[in-house]
Design a protein around this ligand. Structure first.
Ligand SMILES: [Zn+2]
Ligand SMILES: [Zn+2]
Length: 265
């Protein structure tokens, strides 16, 4: 089992055991509503974790970008280009990298096991955009930071890219019906909710297509573009094939046991 899974399991186990203990054998009678206090206290730990994630996801790459600039590391710190061009190129190259990273997570079985928990979601809305295994998040941060050093991407490019990636991931997973002409127009350049929804199909061909998150061009250039789901947007099945009996919304299962599931499709 993964170390993070064990730690989380121990933490949650202790909360349940001690919670039962203090409920069955209280030392003092509570003055306030337990439910209200727990919402606040647990809300804070969730917020703290989100802030920590934000720090790792944004402050760290920006620090690394500044550091590689000081050290004169990476492509763009060694060629002289006007700074707006460096920013635009860096954002585009980082986006291409994220496309390939996503594609490789589908191709290599051990990585697919991690990434599959994103695909186990049987519905599709903006919350699906947040559904990633912590190890996948860690690996993506690692890959991205190495890329920032090799590219010599300026801090401004990193900030723009992070905001774009997070914003577009939420947008792409949103359960919004966009007017067809708008979808068609946006798709020339950007990934739309309908385009990424195809990627969440239970059909293998559709699931292993449309890997892009920001620019739609990568799927077209690298021949992984599927324009529409074969069964249409209303009837298409979302999730993983043969997963009806699996507890795909069980948090603990997703972190550990889901990774052991045989690879189907
Ligand atoms: Zn995927
Ligand atoms: Zn997705």
């Amino acid at each position: 089992m993964e170390e993070s899974t064990i730690r989380l399991a121990i933490f949650i186990g202790l909360i349940i055991m001690l919670g039962l203990g203090q409920w069955l054998f209280p030392r003092r009678k509570p003055n306030q509503s337990v439910a209200k206090r727990w919402i606040t206290n647990f809300g804070l730990v969730i917020l703290d974790s989100l802030i920590m994630r934000f720090i790792f996801a944004l402050i760290l790459p920006v620090t690394i970008a500044n550091w590689s600039q000081e050290q004169g590391l990476g492509l763009f710190n060694n060629i002289s280009l006007p700074s707006p061009l460096t920013i635009i190129f860096s954002v585009i190259i980082l986006d291409c990298l994220i496309y390939w990273q996503h594609r490789i997570f589908h191709q290599i079985p051990i990585l697919w096991r991690l990434h599959r928990i994103h695909h186990y979601d049987k519905d599709y809305d903006l919350s699906t955009a947040l559904r990633f295994h912590p190890i996948e998040i860690f690996l993506s941060i690692l890959v991205k930071n190495i890329a920032i050093i090799l590219l010599g991407a300026p801090a401004m490019a990193v900030i723009i890219f992070e905001i774009l990636l997070n914003g577009m991931a939420l947008f792409n997973h949103a359960n919004i019906a966009l007017p067809k002409p708008l979808d068609r127009m946006l798709r020339i350049l950007a990934v739309t909710p309908d385009m990424h929804r195809v990627h969440h199909s239970t059909k293998a061909k559709e699931m292993h297509s449309n890997f892009g998150f920001n620019l739609s061009i990568w799927d077209k250039v690298f021949s992984s573009y599927v324009a529409q789901p074969a069964d249409g947007y209303q009837k298409m099945l979302i999730g993983q094939p043969k997963s009806d009996d699996l507890p795909t919304n069980n948090f603990i299962w997703l972190l550990g046991a889901a990774l052991k599931q045989k690879i189907k499709s």
